[in-house]
Design a protein around this ligand. Structure first.
Ligand code: NAI
Length: 331
């Protein structure tokens, strides 16, 4: 057995957390050899509901679950956290301007970044799920000067998994045979899901697709709009699949990616592929020994370059807006 790992999760009474916490407790995130201590955060109005979730977690009698602590104070909630999954965010409500949304989340992620800086474990790894995820992660990172910047990441794994699913459906190949999918840029409708390097059973995936229009007219918009399609069909936003992707993100970051494959994570850019340094943008990455590396030197054609440029331009705009609002400083 490994030493217990302390996992803080915000938005603990929400939809995604309801799909996430039980699987963390069962060992699906960190492995069946790793006990977990959960620290759950909510806003004061939702603490009662969170107590109910904690009762259900107790009733799971999970052998790996050592403790459950609840708080509405980030300075308490993140104490000792080795992993912090920031799910809670302020959703856009009717009549809310984009600047109001950025400001409401700016306040939340400024405080959470500062609290993580002050109280989390030295090895803390942060995953931001709450939207706008990339920019919320940028704000938290900017307010945690003592935590290495590369520990702040945002989730594009759901988009990555959706891309695998669409390719599997199109070709009839099992998801397990598909590798080297890449999501570039923002977790938004401008993201670029890229099949140029994807393989099925080790051979180029694009060789299995005989209609070239499928890529631009079907695959890319389907992955970009999948969140909206699920809201329309289900009457609520994707929650279980988002929880599953969050588990995958942390699992692979901590335990490593499969030989020969990579995953997509939004991480602070090191300047690779022309993405400005420090911008939290999605890249294909490999993980080993608890760290990730952006996959270097992939050849990009003009189509890929222009798609990446467009989604990165949106991220730059979001970054500049939160800098103007005072939530982060220019690098
Ligand atoms: P939800 O509304 O069911 O739950 C969110 C919870 O967060 C609520 O219980 C709320 O009280 C709590 N919360 C809000 N502010 C908080 C704060 N400052 N501290 C602690 N808790 C706080 O929403 P759901 O469905 O769980 O989604 C959560 C977020 O994840 C949303 O922002 C959503 O847009 C985003 N999302 C991101 C995806 C991604 O791929 N990156 C995919 C799906 C959803």
């Amino acid at each position: 057995r490994n030493a217990p790992v302390t996992v803080a999760v915000t938005g603990g009474a929400g939809q995604i957390a309801y799909g996430l916490l039980f699987r963390i407790a069962s060992g699906a995130m960190l492995g069946a050899d790793t006990p977990v201590r959960l620290r759950l955060l909510e806003i004061p109005a939702a603490v009662g509901s969170l107590e109910g979730v904690a009762m259900e977690l107790e009733d799971g009698a999970f052998p790996l679950l050592e403790s459950i602590d609840i708080s509405d104070d980030p300075w308490v909630g993140f104490a000792g956290a080795n992993i912090a999954v920031l799910v809670g965010a302020r959703p856009r409500t009717a009549g809310m301007e984009r600047s109001d949304l950025l400001a409401a989340n700016g306040t939340i992620f400024t405080e959470q970044g500062a609290a993580i800086n002050a109280s989390a474990a030295d090895d803390v790894k942060v995953l931001v799920v709450g939207n706008p995820a990339n920019t919320n992660a940028f704000i938290a990172m900017s307010n945690a000067p003592d935590v290495p910047a590369e520990r702040f990441t945002a989730m594009t794994r759901l988009d990555h998994n959706r891309a695998i699913a669409q390719l599997a459906k199109k070709t009839g190949a099992p998801a397990a045979d598909i590798a080297r999918i890449a999501i570039w840029g923002n977790h938004s409708a401008t993201q670029f899901p890229d099949l140029a390097h994807a393989t099925i059973d080790g051979r180029p995936a694009l060789d299995r697709i005989d209609d070239p229009a499928w890529l631009t007219d079907d695959f890319i918009p389907t992955v970009q709009q999948r969140g909206t399609a699920i809201i329309q069909a289900r009457g609520a936003s994707s929650a279980a699949s988002a929880a599953s992707a969050a588990l995958d993100h942390i699992h692979d970051w901590v335990r490593g990616t499969a030989e020969g494959d990579w995953v997509s994570m939004a991480v602070p850019s090191d300047g690779s592929y022309g993405v400005p340094e420090g911008l939290i943008s999605s890249f294909p990455v490999t993980c080993a020994n608890g760290t990730y590396t952006i996959v270097p030197d992939l050849p990009l054609d003009d189509f890929a370059r222009s798609r990446i440029e467009a989604t990165v331009a949106e991220l730059i705009q979001e970054r500049d807006a939160v800098i103007d609002l005072g939530f982060a400083k220019r690098a």
